[in-house]
Design a protein around this ligand. Structure first.
Ligand SMILES: [Zn+2]
Length: 343
């Protein structure tokens, strides 16, 4: 609804303003080094190239992207500060290409600060692109292009042996796989309309990570796919926990993922739990962070008991560990200090 409202807004004739040129990009250390690019609005509705930002505080909107640059398969946190704007925002939304990115109030910082998450596809080639931020206020429709730089992640090759039927599925199995993909895709297309999480995300298992996100999977000697989640060491029967509050949208068996569970955390954020031996919750149920949702196992395409944990951001598979780190920063005191400094 918000999207439709924004798109229908006429282009305001008085959105072009002038100002000086500047580039307030800077590096900061927040656990790992993140580049915080601060873009302050000067020319509303004008493209801002990656190396040359136009800056003015006259209109008061400030956008930060973390991290910058970002690798394929990672998530960018967009933080929008509108506290210095004279006219309050009525509607706000971002676009990454054709993909609408929900932008919503920051869970901690109170009025005027908004956040959004941009998932960068694993298949995305290195690029300097833009995220388009759109908003409406009493003077009409405005937009700002925020540059983001995408670089190539370094991912290892992993050789695994799995049952032959799971590498070259039969015709009947291929039909099953297609049906399952359609069903799952529809879940990701219809996220819950509100943010259901109020704290940082937690690890779903206590075991150590045995395989990272993004490694190239060579199954029985053939390069089949990339690893779309992270694997945790977990013997059959080990309790698996919800990473955060949400609604269970799927708890059933899939050809590749085995007993698979999907939690919808709202506004495009999902986590998935694969190869479970048992479910402890069912589809439609509300769950809380840390709640036992199932038991680890080796169902589906798996070479032994473990937990495969995945995350989706607006339909894009992303590294759940990097996403967790990003959300942790949203709640960390250092992050709050940083914003105070930049104001
Ligand atoms: Zn896995």
């Amino acid at each position: 609804m918000l999207m439709t409202k924004l798109l229908k807004m006429p282009h305001s004739p008085h959105q072009l303003e002038t100002g000086r040129i500047g580039f307030p990009g800077r590096r900061r250390r927040l656990g790992t080094i993140w580049l915080w690019v601060t873009v302050s609005l000067l020319v509303c509705g004008l493209s801002i190239p990656a190396e040359s930002f136009s800056v003015s505080h006259s209109n008061g909107i400030e956008v930060q992207t973390t991290p910058g640059p970002v690798i394929n398969g990672h998530t960018v946190l967009l933080e929008v500060n509108t506290r210095n704007m004279i006219a309050p925002i009525v509607g706000i939304l971002a676009w990454h290409g054709e993909k609408a990115i929900p932008v919503y109030p920051h869970p901690l910082k109170g009025p005027g600060i908004f956040i959004g998450f941009i998932g960068i596809s694993y298949y995305q080639k290195p690029d300097r692109g833009n995220v388009k931020l759109e908003w409406t206020n009493r003077s009409g429709y405005h937009f700002l292009l925020i540059p983001i730089e995408i670089t190539q992640g370094r991912f290892k090759k992993e050789k695994l042996r799995v049952p032959k039927s799971k590498v070259s599925p039969s015709k009947a199995d291929r039909r099953r796989i297609t049906d399952e993909r359609y069903k799952i895709k529809n879940i990701y297309k219809t996220p819950h309309h509100a943010r259901l999480w109020n704290t940082a995300f937690a690890m779903p298992a206590t075991g150590k990570v045995t395989s990272p996100f993004g490694s190239q999977r060579v199954l029985n000697g053939k390069l089949k796919s990339y690893h779309s989640g992270v694997d945790f060491r977990a013997s059959t029967g080990t309790p698996i926990y919800a990473a955060n509050d949400g609604i269970v949208r799927f708890a059933s068996n899939l050809f590749y993922s085995g007993n698979h569970l999907i939690i919808d955390h709202g506004l495009g954020l999902f986590t998935g739990y694969s190869h479970l031996s048992e479910f402890r919750v069912e589809s439609g149920q509300m769950v809380h962070k840390g709640q036992e949702i199932g038991l680890a196992g080796s169902t589906g395409r798996s070479n032994g008991p473990h937990l495969h944990w995945g995350a989706k951001v607006n339909g894009i598979s992303v590294d759940p560990l990097q996403l967790t780190e990003l959300i942790e920063a949203v709640f960390s005191p250092a992050e709050t200090d940083r914003v105070t400094e930049s104001e």
